[in-house]
Design a protein around this ligand. Structure first.
Ligand code: TRP
Length: 472
């Protein structure tokens, strides 16, 4: 059977933007910003998106479009080595891990949407009365598991419909709806009293916060940049593998990064003025996974037409979350379809059942949820992206340049060599460093020693995999 492709270029861009724009922008970004010094975090994050995110995105695109395969087949076929294929299997594991916790959060959101929607006529949503207590009651246990199953079911339906009729069609509707609703909400938030304090927290840049906390901000900012651009799990390899003509990847990649960042900032322009208008300072109130629900729900309950605003807000979040969760499920599904020629329908059912179980574990056990959503996902994404970059830099080499430059103009061509150098040398070093610092290594032994270990580890990992080539 012929492999599916995107129907249009815009379809590919919107699908990739749909993957990127998600809970990472709406749920994770405002709170990472709040926890890490407001606008100082924003600056570091923007710099990493530009300097690490965009080149990394292009690396995944180059692997996918060159091979027309999902990660396992792509790494194996392009290198001729089964060991690299095994590295690709990591992305299948990462995709399943991501969706296991993401679907639980998606379930919370769905619940808040339904709760707000049915309250449009009649009384206030139940969570208005005591947001903290309400969230505590529904965020774990049977309720959380049931809504996780509902969210996962919606995800599976879209993926089941295929690349064009499911993912492309779905994101073409969902993404514009997200932007229109967010712009409306941001405009409305601007009219609220004390909105200015929110903007100032979010946007007023204070260099001293940055210089004093630079290394503390670096790790979370890097993790956020990878997560929000859907990097390190092979999502973008898989999506680019459905491209059939050579169009400019640097153009598409930059457009995707700009759109994704704009939605993140736009969300901040909704969330922060609303919180400050109700006298909630996010740097002072508790943070953690429930913070968005508790803080914003509290703000909604105080606002005129709060139920309507809450419904619109949770509709945005649901659509954004779904257009991302489908890109997570597509990784293991494409793997089964490509490698074992399993029918898409059966692949979706099989993976759906597996994630129904792993997600339910996250729904019942907040401790496991916290570990998976934080440490485990950060480590998997960072290590995954480092492996993809080393692959592009050292295994693909000239082929990568060739793929990068096909369909670009002379400006794009001039970027190819610096890009390959960054991807092969500088960025893996940076990623391994942040991986080590996520585990507290630099705090324990100091900055330069950690850089040294990162360099040795990158070189060792690369040679280990390179020697594996000669076996085949
Ligand atoms: N980028 C999405 C978000 O911000 C999440 C996501 C989708 C993702 N696919 C991914 C994250 C692949 C990492 C890897 O919500």
């Amino acid at each position: 059977m012929a492999r599916e492709t995107w129907a249009t270029r815009l379809g590919f861009i919107l699908a990739a933007v749909g993957s990127a724009v998600g809970l990472g922008n709406i749920w994770r970004f405002p709170w990472q910003t709040a926890e890490n010094g407001g606008s100082a975090f924003l600056i570091v994050y923007l710099a990493i998106v530009l300097l690490v995110g965009v080149p990394g995105l292009l690396a995944e695109f180059v692997i996918g479009r060159r091979s027309n395969k999902s990660p396992v087949g792509a790494l194996r076929d392009l290198s001729g080595s089964k060991t690299w294929g095994a590295v690709g299997v990591f992305s299948v594991v990462t995709g399943i891990t991501l969706l296991s916790f993401y679907s639980v959060v998606g379930g919370w959101i769905l619940r808040y949407l339904l709760e707000s929607g049915v309250s449009l006529v009649g009384s206030n949503p139940a969570y208005f009365a005591n947001p903290g207590q309400y969230f505590g009651g529904v965020s774990a246990g049977v309720d959380a598991a049931l809504y996780h199953l509902l969210f996962l079911g919606l995800t599976a339906l879209i993926v089941f419909a295929g690349v064009r009729k499911g993912i492309e069609f779905g994101t073409k509707i969902m993404m514009p709806a997200v932007v229109v609703l967010l712009v409306g909400l941001a405009a409305w938030a601007a009219t609220q009293p004390n909105a200015a304090a929110g903007y100032s927290f979010f946007l007023r840049f204070d260099p001293s916060v940055l210089s004093e906390n630079f290394f503390a901000i670096l790790g979370p900012a890097a993790g956020q940049a990878l997560f929000t651009l859907s990097l390190g799990a092979g999502t973008m390899i898989t999506y680019a593998s459905y491209l059939d003509e050579d169009r400019s990847l640097p153009f598409d990649g930059s457009a995707i990064a700009v759109l994704n960042t704009s939605v993140g900032v736009l969300t901040g322009l909704v969330v922060f003025p609303l919180l400050f208008s109700q006298g909630i300072n996010p740097a002072e109130t508790g943070t953690g996974p429930g913070a968005l629900f508790v803080g914003l729900a509290g703000a909604f309950s105080q606002l005129p037409a709060g139920t309507l605003i809450a419904t619109a807000f949770f509709a945005v979040v649901t659509l954004a979350a779904l257009s991302s969760s489908i890109s997570m499920l597509e990784i293991p599904v494409a793997f089964l379809v490509d490698e074992y020629e399993i029918e898409r329908r059966n692949a979706v059912i099989g993976m759906g059942v597996l994630i129904a179980i792993t997600g339910s574990i996250c729904a019942f056990r907040p401790d496991i949820f916290g570990f998976v959503a934080g440490t485990l996902v950060n480590a998997l994404l960072t290590a995954g992206l480092a492996a993809f970059l080393l692959f592009v830099g050292w295994v693909m080499g000239r082929d990568a340049i060739d793929e990068f430059t096909s369909g670009v103009g002379s400006f794009g061509e001039s970027l190819a060599t610096p890009w390959l150098f960054a991807v092969g040398v500088i960025l893996p070093l940076f990623l391994v460093f942040t991986l080590l610092s996520q585990f507290g290594v630099d705090a324990a032994i100091g900055f330069w020693k950690t850089v040294g270990i990162a360099a040795v580890a990158s070189v060792a990992a690369f040679f280990g995999l390179r020697n594996a080539n000669s076996v085949i």
